[in-house]
Design a binder for this molecule. Structure first.
Ligand code: UTP
Length: 294
């Protein structure tokens, strides 16, 4: 029997230097896309994929995240007394969303280190990891696409996306062989190797790892044994490379559009596209854009 994935880890303790000064006192995961913080999009994706427990790894600005998902009695009372039922519903639904536990990463020692901090709360079971600054707009939630593959093979699965060669050095990159599998249309791969941020000429392919993972619990031992790299950081890609020695890892070229909302330009693109799709904002916003001189 392949064990069910119940939990998702959300690392949110990075320094967010690409988004300074906005991220000086607030994690980038709290930046709002239209009217919801990035991390809420990620949590909604996880819930829609069947996840029931969330672990958030926090660093600076921890209270902003905790407060966002907590009950706010004063705000609810105020909205109630003013008869703002829609707003009240929107605010309540956030705190009712899912069971959330928090763990602290005191120093930003890399994504792999952040995942290791969740070890006690996850326990010996498979789990999902979601980097909420990668916002993915898709019909079927990206995490669900990965879970379908996990539920078939029972192995770790990473999300993959083709990126132009001149941008490849910003990513973890895989060498991978296609695996024929019904309904996957050439989108399923068996990973042969992984490299973190290779030089363009040394990249083993143009397929980059995007921030959605299903990880089997052996990743914790693998990360424990991973030697920290530059700046004392433990990279998840290096941990996965270690894991690959003993377990197969699969990759899925997911269906959907990904925005790098941790980057200013990516964030702006996501804001425009998400606003255009909104029922309440789409038409007036489109109208506004039409009149811009660009
Ligand atoms: P990034 O690679 O985007 O790094 O992290 P960053 O530090 O957050 O941002 P920049 O590059 O300085 O602008 C990818 C994910 O891993 C988390 C981040 O919060 C983000 O979700 N992370 C990264 C941690 O939780 N801890 C770390 O030590 C590093």
């Amino acid at each position: 029997m392949i064990p069910k994935v119940r939990k998702a880890v959300f690392p949110a303790a990075g320094l967010g230097t690409r988004f300074l000064p906005a991220t000086k006192a607030m994690p980038k995961e709290m930046l709002p896309l239209v009217d919801k913080p990035l991390i809420q999009y990620g949590i909604e994706e996880a819930i829609q994929s069947g996840i029931t427990n969330v672990v958030i790894v926090t660093g600076r600005g921890k209270t902003a995240i905790e407060d966002h998902f907590d009950v706010s009695f004063e705000l609810e009372h105020l909205l109630e007394s003013k008869g703002k039922d829609d707003m009240l519903q929107a605010v309540r639904s956030i705190s009712d969303m899912v069971d959330i536990a928090y763990v602290r990463q005191r120093e930003a020692l890399g994504l792999g280190h952040a995942i290791l901090r969740a070890r006690d709360l996850v326990g010996p079971e498979p789990f999902a990891a979601v980097l909420s600054d990668d916002v993915i707009d898709s019909e079927k939630p990206c995490l669900r696409q990965l879970l379908d593959v996990y539920e078939y093979f029972g192995c770790s699965v990473v999300a993959l996306m083709e990126v132009p060669r001149d941008q490849i050095s910003a990513y973890g990159v895989v060498a991978a062989d296609p695996v024929p599998h019904s309904g996957m249309d050439g989108r399923l791969f068996r990973i042969q190797d992984l490299v973190e941020k290779p030089k363009a000429e040394e990249a083993p392919s143009n397929m980059a790892i995007i921030g959605r993972y299903i990880l089997t619990p052996e990743i914790f031992t693998a990360l424990d044994e991973t030697v920290p790299g530059r700046g004392g950081e433990i990279q998840l890609t290096d941990g996965l490379r270690h894991l690959l020695r003993s377990r197969p890892i699969y990759g899925v070229k997911f269906e959907g559009r990904r925005f790098d909302a941790g980057d200013k330009l990516g964030f702006l693109k996501a804001t425009v596209e998400f606003a255009l799709k909104r029922e309440d904002l789409g038409d007036p916003f489109r109208e506004y854009l039409r009149h811009l001189t660009v």
